[in-house]
Design a protein around this ligand. Structure first.
Ligand SMILES: NC(=O)c1ccc[n+]([C@@H]2O[C@H](COP(=O)([O-])OP(=O)(O)OC[C@H]3O[C@@H](n4cnc5c(N)ncnc54)[C@H](O)[C@@H]3O)[C@@H](O)[C@H]2O)c1
Length: 373
């Protein structure tokens, strides 16, 4: 705040009030939070928050996300609410972005109090999306992967890749990853990062080679077209597939024959039927909702030979849970910046008067959210 022209007393009077302030968690703060706690601890904690919210699924307002498509990608808003808290995330998906030094996926989001509509938290969500996506995948993996799974194929070695590996180690006991990407530089990057984290890493020359000996197959590629990352012959009995890259109309990763052999688990059918792998199937093809398995209302993996598929697209409740976790950390003292985000006139109906009086008090007071004296 530029308060050089104000006396200390008037500067204090113009300081934003408590009601004007919203905690903001920047990318730097998020990195501090994750590195201080340890990433696998954060992934386990996020999975616990997501599980707790999935178990009370009927309490949430739910809607498929609102997508704005363009030739280059998609921009989406993902809202949800329970009786007390409202949340939303802004997120994009632009598969060509990395060619110009941009991320494929960036995001930010917020929580607000349902009772007043006042924001409670504003947060970066690019890192948080990678963390919550991986935590959700591993939560599904814990229910669906074959017993004793130790090896995972990771096809697509971009931004999400290492987070997926770490979540599957933290929650499912995966210790070996078999990597493939059409861009060898992406595989080299992931191999370097994951070896440094203590993984056994095998770099493969093809997707076919990557799936050899793996009990879990994770696909996290980015392509705007229908892609076939896995064909039917690549998926043997007993495999669990964690498909996260097919998450838009026209953007899929699996051959439809795989889907016909698999027990399919989804987040929210009205969204997944439009965006997920199952957009390739009839609209009434049977699927199981993940929350029902977590709540003990439906079965997960039934036998050792079953092929299971988590057709992940990412749903708003996962972001809500992740933001809830971050807000709890902020309340427990995690680093954040209090943002002067909400106008707070002394008389709530005199917003205009607040503006006028701030103008009369000089240019410095224009930065204040609180009524001028
Ligand atoms: N389900 C979810 O909740 C969720 C959340 C976040 C991201 N995603 C999706 O996950 C995907 C990966 O995201 P990201 O941030 O890691 O993207 P990214 O662009 O950083 O990485 C994608 C990688 O896939 C590779 N690739 C593309 N086509 C391939 C192919 N045919 N075979 C092997 N590799 C291939 C690219 O070379 C790149 O390295 C995106 O499609 C994104 O939309 C889903």
């Amino acid at each position: 705040m530029n308060d050089m022209t104000l006396s200390p007393a008037s500067a204090e009077a113009l300081a934003p009030s408590a009601l004007a302030m919203v905690p903001f968690v920047s990318v730097g703060d998020m990195m501090r939070l994750v590195n201080a706690a340890g990433i696998e601890t954060v992934l386990r904690d996020l999975a616990a928050y997501i599980e707790a919210d999935f178990r009370r699924w009927p309490e949430f307002d739910k809607t498929p996300r609102i997508a704005s498509h363009s030739r280059e990608g998609v921009i989406e808003l993902m809202p949800t609410a329970d009786a007390e808290t409202y949340g939303f995330k802004y997120v994009n998906g632009h598969p060509g972005n990395t060619r110009t030094g941009h991320q494929t996926v960036t995001a930010f989001g917020m929580l607000a109090a349902v009772a007043t509509g006042y924001p409670l938290l504003l947060s970066e969500m690019t890192l948080l999306t990678a963390l919550r996506t991986a935590a959700t995948s591993a939560l599904a993996g814990r229910l669906l992967a074959p017993e004793g799974a130790e090896v995972m194929a990771l096809i697509g070695n971009g931004a999400q890749c290492e987070f997926q590996a770490l979540a599957f180690r933290a929650l499912c006991g995966i210790g070996t990853v078999r990597l493939f990407d059409i861009d060898p530089a992406a595989t080299a990057k992931a191999a370097r990062n994951l070896r440094a984290q203590g993984f056994e890493v095998v770099c493969c020359r093809s997707a076919e080679a990557a799936v050899e000996g793996a009990q879990v197959l994770t696909t996290c590629t980015a392509d705007k077209q229908y892609a076939t990352i896995l064909t039917d012959n690549m998926v043997g009995a007993g495999i669990h597939i964690n498909a996260i890259g097919g998450d838009c109309p026209g953007k899929t990763e699996l051959h439809p024959d795989i889907l016909r052999r698999a027990a399919i688990f989804v987040e929210y059918p009205p969204q997944t039927r439009v965006e997920g792998e199952i957009q390739q199937l009839a609209p009434d093809h049977p699927v199981t909702e993940l929350w029902e398995v977590l709540a003990g209302r439906a079965e997960g993996r039934c036998d050792a030979r079953q092929i299971t598929l988590f057709d992940s697209v990412g749903f708003a409740i996962e972001d809500f849970s992740a933001l809830r976790y971050v807000l709890d950390r902020v309340r427990a003292g995690a680093a954040h910046l209090p943002l002067d985000m909400l106008a707070d006139p002394d008389d709530p109906r005199d917003l205009f008067g607040m503006l006028r009086r701030a103008g009369a008090a000089g240019p410095a007071s224009a930065v204040s959210g609180r009524d001028a004296p």
